[in-house]
Design a protein around this ligand. Structure first.
Ligand code: ADP
Ligand code: MG
Length: 743
């Protein structure tokens, strides 16, 4: 149960002022429905309102806070003309303009002959000063309500900067003092503030004045500046901040300067907290998994040997090693939790099949779970071929299986007569029960979550788990995606593969490319033509892909060209894929549905349009669809000029190497992990405070920390252990805490 001390943070957002029924859904979209979500919603910059010049000496294009008196209201007479309020600060005049607001509202907001403070972007229009729609306009006595440094939060339509700021401030006011869960020596070494101070720091960026910047001029008296402070800021506990601080946003420009040290420390601390919570939860889940009595599946080698004898190829050394490692792990009486990492085309399927056979030899059942229906069917057919000579049967379970077959499969799994099954997440369904499930293999696992992984293994007792991934996740990141799994890696591809010739080509040369593809098709080659499909622009992307397919059909003949995309029914998709695999279709125009796992060895040509819009890992996966047969393969990465420096570097990388791990490391360096794996489908936890590219060093520390803590304090009962339980609840790892005997 969530500790009482955290209750204020998990109260609904609607308990805050300014979050009513109307706005609640907007806030929910922005940062969830609980107060804690607001805390994780960090500002992306800060507006400095301390610039308070006399107009006579002022600089245009900056955010300024002025003390003004209103001279005259000039209502808008014509449509399209603004309502104007002429003001003066004694040194010069300024015109405040409003295009949308109503006159009576403005006469109330700007009474004449009362000193007012007005803050906003100061501009020149013709020869005079103007400020369009000032951000703040208050009687001078209420100066304190204008934040000196105003954090800029990411917004959603319908919520203003001010509204979110106010809500964040209220959330900060509710911060409890939590016991320190971090190791004291680590805190000292890193110079980190407490959790509470860190949150206040990142939400109230106390940007120092731009000392040393020539343009800075203090024209306002120090008394009003003091009032401007508003008093929301704790005393900084570290060295004086450097001359330039944090990203400073004015309305028109943002100067990306480096954040102050105090803020960096605060960020790192919060990132560490999140990573530690994650690592600790994974470690607890893993320990639980291990402890929940495993079984020994020793096998007899009978089926495995038979398979080896009937394979049309010999296994690579890497495959042999992996099979051996997995085999030993399965034979041991504890539960296996192992990751098989191997680049696209490295031959993981056969390794998985060997493991599945070992389970069957031991009298148990095995299930192979894949992320899409196409893949499930493809594996099903491929595995059936391998299994036929062995006399072992396999079933298929996908979302909408047909009546009779499905019933038979379910019955076979339940009574144990069916030893093997391949399927999608349909395998999770309640109606699926196994007589004796011993092994679960998950292919392309990055699309499944940790939770799902455990869920399927609960369908048997002491079930071993083998996770296969073709995503070349850098070693550091496997920690977050998979926690502490044992890892087998297939580093080399089966012999006889030729390197893929990858070239970068400007979109303007489309005609040449089409002509070139035509020549290859005549020679009997098959080709993939990939068009991007990004969720945000799905409609227009789909239209573009359809158009491209039509154009190519005109060139090469309608019967030879087909289009496949995610909107098609799975049956339609499957028909197209089958026709392509059979060689009836020569050119397959596709959005990225072909990305995962599909295997057509005769395809030797791939064209990727707008390759600059793809993630590197995605391009790598796509390219892995070719180069599978004996023919030399070519991949044309077409791009829309001009390319930025990073985009250029990324595409060049694709030309230079086929090593997925090199590509992944480089992509991580260039872009960060979210994009590396395609944020939504990556299955990597999406961190709110941590950034895996920036905080990789912290991840390693958190990983070790979690391990050591659990070894010394197995039930988290010491004072630090108890504080760590609070940390777990804070990051909503309740499921992990529940695994303690005395949760
Ligand atoms: P992935 O690791 O991407 O899942 P697959 O298991 O689909 O790779 O294997 C890719 C292709 O390589 C398949 O057609 C498979 O039959 C073939 N293959 C696997 N192992 C070998 C091998 N040792 N020698 C030759 N071909 C192999
Ligand atoms: Mg595969």
């Amino acid at each position: 149960m969530r500790p009482v001390i955290l209750f204020p943070l998990f109260a609904p957002l609607t308990t805050l002022k300014g979050v009513g029924v109307k706005l609640a859904p907007l806030y929910e979209r922005l940062c969830g429905s609980k107060i804690v979500g607001v805390l994780w919603h960090l500002p992306i910059g800060v507006i400095d309102r301390t610039y308070a010049p006399k107009l006579k000496h002022a600089q245009q294009g900056r955010v300024a806070t002025l003390t003004l008196t209103v001279a005259e209201h000039v209502p808008n007479k014509q449509k399209g003309k603004p309502y104007r309020i002429i003001c003066t600060d004694g040194s010069d005049d300024i015109t405040l303009t409003y295009f949308t607001a109503k006159g009576d509202y403005l006469t109330k907001l700007y009474p004449t002959n009362v000193p007012l403070v007005v803050s906003g972007n100061l501009e020149r229009f013709g020869r005079g000063w103007t400020m369009r729609h000032p951000d703040y306009a208050l009687p001078a006595s209420r100066l304190g309500e204008i934040p000196k440094f105003e954090p800029v939060y990411p917004l959603t339509e319908g919520l203003s900067r001010k509204m979110v700021h106010k809500v964040a401030q209220q959330a900060l006011d509710r911060l409890p003092d939590l016991p320190e869960w971090n190791d004291a020596p680590l805190m000292k070494r890193e110079g980190w503030p407490t959790w509470k101070a860190a949150l206040v720091e990142v939400h109230c960026p106390n940007t120092s004045p731009l000392a040393g910047e020539e343009s800075f001029s203090w024209a306002c008296d120090s008394k009003s500046l003091e009032k401007l402070g508003g008093g929301s800021k704790p005393a900084p506990s570290i060295d004086p901040p450097p001359a330039k601080s944090k990203a400073l946003l004015t309305q028109d420009q943002d100067f990306a300067s480096s954040p102050a040290r105090g803020e960096v420390l605060a960020h790192r601390r919060l990132a560490y907290d999140e990573l530690l919570a994650d690592q600790l939860a994974l470690a607890i889940i893993r320990r639980h998994h291990r402890q929940a009595g495993g079984r020994a599946f020793s096998g007899t080698k009978k089926l495995q040997d038979k398979l080896t004898a009937t394979l049309p190829f010999t296994l690579t050394d890497g495959q042999h090693n992996a099979i051996q490692e997995i085999g030993e792990d399965m034979a041991a009486p504890r539960r296996m939790l192992r990751l098989l990492q191997g680049d696209v085309g490295s031959g993981k399927t056969i390794v998985a099949l060997m493991a599945m056979l070992q389970a069957v030899e031991s009298g148990a059942q095995a299930a192979l779970m894949v992320p899409t229906e196409i893949l499930a069917r493809q594996h099903y057919e491929r595995l059936q071929e391998f299994l036929k000579p062995l006399g072992v049967s396999i079933g298929l379970l996908v979302g909408k299986g047909r009546g009779k077959e499905r019933k038979e499969t379910l019955a076979g799994l339940e009574d144990g007569s069916l030893p093997l099954v391949v399927g999608t997440h349909a395998l999770f369904q309640n109606e699926v029960t196994f007589a004796n499930l011993g092994l679960v293999v998950m292919d392309e696992q990055h699309r499944f979550g940790v939770h799902q992984r455990l869920q399927l293994s609960e369908k048997g007792q002491g079930v071993d788990i083998l996770v296969m991934t073709a995503t070349p996740i850098p070693r550091t990141l496997t920690l977050t995606a998979f926690g502490d799994m044992d890892v087998s890696r297939l580093m080399k591809k089966p012999a006889g593969r030729q390197p893929i010739d990858t070239r970068l080509i400007d979109m303007t040369r489309l005609d040449e490319v089409i002509a070139g593809v035509g020549r290859q098709l005549v020679k009997g080659a098959q080709a993939y033509w990939v068009c991007p499909l990004i969720e945000e622009s799905e409609k227009s992307d789909l239209a573009a892909a359809t158009q491209r397919a039509e154009l190519l059909a005109k060139h090469f003949g309608a019967g030879k060209v087909s289009l496949v995309h995610g909107r098609l029914s799975s049956e339609a998709k499957e028909n197209v894929m089958a026709a392509f695999a059979a060689g009836n279709i020569k050119l397959l125009v596709a959005t990225t549905v072909i990305e995962v796992g599909v295997d057509v060895p005769t395809a030797s040509l791939m064209i990727v349009e707008h390759s600059e819009r793809f993630g590197l890992a995605q391009l790598h996966q796509l390219r892995g669809r070719i180069g599978r047969g004996a023919d030399k393969s070519t991949c044309l990465l077409m791009y829309q000029a001009p390319l930025g420096a990073i985009a250029k570097a990324r595409l060049k990388m694709m030309r230079e190497t086929e090593d997925g791990f090199v590509i992944a490391e480089e992509d991580l360096r260039l872009r960060g992990p979210g994009e590396l794996l395609g944020t939504r489908q990556s299955g990597l936890p999406e961190f709110r405070m941590a950034d895996l590219a920036r905080d990789r060093d912290l991840l390693a520390i958190a990983h070790d920390d979690a391990k050591v803590v659990l070894a010394q304090d197995t039930e988290l009962r010491t004072p630090r252990g108890k504080a760590l339980r609070i940390l777990l609840y804070l990051f909503e790892k309740d499921a992990a805490v529940r695994l303690f005997r005395s949760g």
